[in-house]
Design a protein around this ligand. Structure first.
Ligand SMILES: NC(=O)C1=CN([C@@H]2O[C@H](COP(=O)(O)OP(=O)(O)OC[C@H]3O[C@@H](n4cnc5c(N)ncnc54)[C@H](OP(=O)(O)O)[C@@H]3O)[C@@H](O)[C@H]2O)C=CC1
Ligand SMILES: O=C(O)C1=N[C@H](C(=O)O)C[C@H](O)C1
Length: 259
């Protein structure tokens, strides 16, 4: 059966990649897009001729789609996903920047509405593997720092991937102590802090999405690195999510949970 897909944020860098992906798949039909500044011109954005263009949630009718792909903004994503769940549209969410409380609230709504969905901080296999390897390394190297590097237009910091990586390391590492009497003579020079794991966010033109996790131990170090050189790298994961989302009975966080 063909699944109807709506792409929220379809005019954006990731939204356009998602549009092209859905157009290329046999069992999925791109029926709509939502972006606040989009004009009603499907062709301009590579949408099929009959696709609907919405500028706000209020314009979207019931039964508009089966699947909601979201690549929007940290400010918009919570309301978008809540809307999708309450209208029984399965969300496939790449947008980062939601709080833990917002995610927990959406999971509750998905359970109440009995709608499956996926939130993935990163749809790239290199990043999913980096997180897995970092979680494993944390058992042996409790001292870790994360450096994430992104394009200059990125709105949220730290990246969703860096935060997810820090959570996995924190979950899996043994008790340990970091330098308690450290003094910063330049404010924030040691980066952000997630449960003692420092996160450093770099924003520069030319970059797309990159992350390094540095582990240090007595007389040795381990560095794990991944690079997304092209946004196409995320589309394999989005395709898997589109194919598997109807097997989920609630909102799940992390692509690794459906691979
Ligand atoms: N999980 C993953 O693997 C990845 C996640 N991302 C994340 O995806 C998100 C989008 O990234 P990117 O494509 O680079 O960003 P862009 O800035 O290129 O695109 C953002 C899009 O969101 C739209 N938008 C803004 N407000 C709303 C709203 N209220 N409702 C619907 N759409 C809205 C914009 O529309 P308009 O132009 O009309 O304002 C635009 O189309 C970010 O959070 C990023 O971190 C990015 C890459 C990979
Ligand atoms: O904004 C981006 O570009 C990316 N965002 C995601 C994140 O915040 O981790 C995924 C990837 O890093 C690209």
């Amino acid at each position: 059966m063909t699944k109807k897909v709506l792409v929220a944020g379809f005019t954006g860098a990731m939204g356009q990649k998602a549009v092209n992906l859905v157009n290329s798949l046999d069992n999925f039909e791109l029926v709509a897009g939502m972006s606040p500044t989009a004009t009603n011109d499907p062709q301009k954005y590579n949408l099929p001729a009959g696709a609907k263009i919405y500028q706000s949630l209020a314009e979207i009718p019931d039964l508009a789609a089966d699947i909601w792909i979201d690549f929007t903004t940290p400010k918009a994503v919570y309301d978008n996903v809540k809307f999708a769940l309450e209208h029984h549209i399965s969300p496939v969410v790449g947008t980062t920047g939601m709080s833990d409380e917002q995610e927990a609230e959406l999971i509750k709504i998905s359970q109440k509405e009995k709608v499956g969905g996926l939130i993935a901080p990163n749809f790239g296999i290199s990043a999913v593997l980096l997180m897995k390897f970092a979680k494993e390394a944390a058992k042996y190297f409790p001292d870790a720092e994360i450096i994430e590097m992104h394009h200059a237009d990125k709105k949220d910091a730290p990246s969703g991937t860096a935060l997810a990586t820090a959570k996995m390391i924190a979950e899996n590492r043994p008790e340990h102590e970091t330098a308690p009497d450290e003094v910063e003579t330049l404010e924030n020079v040691r980066g952000g802090d997630y449960q003692g794991i420092k996160i450093h966010s770099v924003r520069l033109p030319g970059y797309i999405a990159h992350e390094q996790v540095l582990f240090g131990g007595p007389g040795e170090a381990l560095t794990i690195r991944q690079d997304s050189f092209d946004r196409e790298s995320f589309m394999g994961g989005v395709k898997v999510a589109l194919e598997k989302v109807d097997q989920l009975d609630e909102l799940v966080v992390g692509l690794e949970n459906i691979l």
